[in-house]
Design a protein around this ligand. Structure first.
Ligand code: SF4
Length: 192
């Protein structure tokens, strides 16, 4: 393609992408497809691709996880998947930050009733405290039979709320635990 200095300057000053190299090239009719394809290829050239599944909802879109020396460098939709065909919704497209995210809390923080400061707890202590409170609440509120004699074996004092990042296995175990305790209010965004 012949591009004069005048053409270049004219294109640089007009259009939605005015002032950008990309805008200039697009405005003068240059096809970016080969460059984009090459950039896509280079991005994952030396990476190992491992098939996986998006954990966020029960649609279960297939993904490819790219790793270099054991570290995740990219996650994208798997084009071989018959139901998502390489695409991911905005939430799924952000799975990378589920794994690689310096802003994720990595410690348990506990703020006692009335306290103004958070205290760092180790995980074992926190889990033991949760188990202690669940048992206490369940024991204090468990109803075996209603007044009319109907057997219910439940507690309505505990509610289980699951997030979309809980996977099938976790939800299966969670259901078994909650049902075993007599909890009937169980919700999960993933609806698994
Ligand atoms: S959250 Fe989005 S990408 Fe993930 S499984 Fe559901 S629809 Fe697919």
């Amino acid at each position: 393609m012949d591009l004069t200095r005048r053409d270049f300057l004219k294109a640089s000053s007009s259009g939605a992408l005015a002032g950008t190299a990309l805008g200039t090239l697009t405005a003068v009719g240059a096809s970016l497809a080969p460059a984009v394809a090459q950039a896509q290829q280079l991005r994952i050239e030396h990476a190992k691709a491992t098939p996986s599944v998006c954990p966020y909802c029960s649609v279960g879109c297939a993904t490819l996880v790219h790793t270099v020396e054991g570290k995740i460098v990219n996650i994208e939709g798997d084009p071989r998947s018959p139901h998502n065909e390489g695409t991911l919704c905005p939430k799924g497209a952000a799975i990378y930050q589920l794994h690689v995210n310096p802003n994720r809390p990595t410690k348990v923080l506990h703020r006692a009733p009335g306290a103004t400061e958070w205290e760092v707890w180790d995980l074992e202590r926190a889990v033991s405290r949760v188990a202690e409170l669940v048992k206490k609440t369940r024991d204090e509120t468990f109803v075996e039979r209603l007044e009319n004699g109907k057997l219910v074996n439940n507690t309505t004092a505990i509610f289980s709320l699951g997030g979309a990042t809980l996977d099938c296995e976790w939800n299966h175990a969670q259901q078994k635990l909650m049902r075993g305790l007599g909890v009937v209010a169980i919700e999960n965004q993933a609806r698994i």
